[in-house]
Design a protein around this ligand. Structure first.
Ligand code: HEC
Ligand code: HEC
Length: 362
């Protein structure tokens, strides 16, 4: 009886809403389904923020490198490093470009296979992209929180870190075109390949790689010429924790012994195969690195999520809670940023959960 009443009330409600709004249908969708309205000019303006390579769409304004440094150090350096060099949360943003590149407009290190990384400033050809991306997406934990002046300033500071503009420079809509002419990889972008932007602009249809299988006189097998000696392995902490778990630069897990995928104490569990506390700690740490947790959690440092030592303090002896939380993710305990659900095996989540609950020993 009550359910029935609720049902009729709902229907009545839906009807009055649709009658009300279909009063002024203006678009085909509205006429067809009878809901919605045109976006207001203010709503369209809020979405329409793209800055194009010729700087169409760039808001007027300016910002000094000096102000940019303050913003960088308070809002960007935790994730990207003081000099934009960090590989912890994302690829390095700065590094690998030279004065020579600024002259030629092509970054020589992109062709140098010995050079270990490909930073953002090495690759980006258009300054508009850098401005636009910072404006729409950074800082990662608070996108769109920067004012126009702050975006100019911090973009300028990144260019200063890359030695493109001097420390007293003020980047503005008036001079940004001149700075574009100094971008190290401005001539490095090509549209002559099959992926861009389609056959209507580009007659090349096939793939842009033409590898031919090597049959004889092929390159020799790789030969290891040097390695980290055992006594130095952990001299600077676990290198794997200091590097992202994805991308071209991976840190070696210096907690495990050379040539083994698992900590040596786990492999050779002595005393009737009973794992020691140390070996369990090491196994949990290896799993922690393997499942990419270190991308967001430092041992003693907050990255995107809280540090492991802080979690240990908050949830001592709560292994079951932690195990469940690791798999389910969630938000609100440490702030607004949420942790995505993690798809690791239950046994692995248990090992990590127990390890954190018992003090995250190393
Ligand atoms: C909480 C961590 C965090 C903070 C703080 C942060 N970033 Fe980022 N940044 C990232 C991540 C992660 C990415 C990669 C995002 C992606 O690819 O989806 C990124 C990407 C970028 C890129 C694009 C690089 C590329 O090659 O695509 C730029 C430029 C950048 N950040 C600048 C900034 C600036 C400027 C600030 C400060 C105003 C800042 N970031 C603050 C985490 C952060
Ligand atoms: C994309 C970033 C990200 C990744 C990857 C990530 N976490 Fe988190 N983690 C967070 C954030 C953000 C929080 C804080 C959530 C909150 O405030 O409730 C968090 C919270 C936690 C907590 C504390 C939960 C609580 O209720 O206090 C634990 C434990 C944890 N993470 C473990 C892990 C483990 C183990 C992994 C790998 C399997 C992992 N995290 C991967 C971002 C991440």
């Amino acid at each position: 009886m009550f359910n029935c009443l609720k049902y009729f009330l709902t229907i009545a409600c839906v009807m009055c809403i649709s009658i009300d709004i279909t009063a002024q249908p203006t678009t085909p969708v509205q006429r067809f389904v009878g809901i919605g309205r045109d976006a207001t000019p203010a709503e369209v303006k809020a979405w329409d923020i793209d800055v194009r390579p010729d700087f169409e769409g760039l808001p007027k304004g300016s910002g000094s490198v000096k102000l940019g440094q303050e913003i960088w150090e308070s809002k960007c350096a935790t994730c990207h490093g003081i000099f934009g060099e960090s590989n912890e949360v994302f690829n390095p943003l700065i590094g690998g470009t030279t004065q020579q590149d600024i002259q030629t407009g092509k970054v020589a290190n992109l062709k140098n296979t010995e050079y270990p990384s490909r930073s953002t400033i090495m690759r980006v050809a258009t300054l508009s992209t850098l401005w636009d991306y910072i404006n729409r997406a950074m800082p990662w934990n608070q996108p769109k929180s920067l004012s126009v002046q702050e975006v100019y300033a911090v973009t300028g500071y990144m260019l200063h870190l890359a030695d493109i503009i001097p420390g007293e420079f003020v980047l503005s809509n008036d001079n940004i075109n001149d700075v574009q002419k100094k971008m190290p990889n401005r001539n490095g972008m090509t549209t002559q390949h099959a992926k861009w932007p389609g056959t209507e602009f580009n007659p090349i249809i096939g793939p842009d790689t033409q590898n031919v299988a090597c049959i004889k006189n092929c390159a020799p097998e790789p030969r290891i010429t040097s390695f980290l000696p055992d006594f130095a392995r952990n001299a600077h902490g676990n290198l794997q924790e200091q590097n992202r778990g994805v991308g071209p630069q991976r840190g070696l897990n210096t907690l495990v012994s050379k040539g083994s995928a698992l900590p040596i104490s786990v492999v050779s569990t002595s005393d009737a195969n009973k794992p020691t506390e140390k070996s369990l700690n090491q196994m949990a740490m290896a799993l922690f690195a393997k499942h990419g947790c270190a991308v967001c959690h430092g041992m003693d440092k907050k990255i995107v999520g809280p540090s492991i030592s802080d979690i240990t303090k908050k949830h001592a002896n709560q292994a079951d809670y932690l195990t469940a939380k690791i798999r389910a993710g969630g938000s609100g305990v440490w702030g607004n940023i949420s942790m995505p659900a993690q798809s690791l095996p239950l046994a692995d989540a248990k090992s990590i959960g127990q390890w954190i609950a018992q003090g995250a020993g190393r």
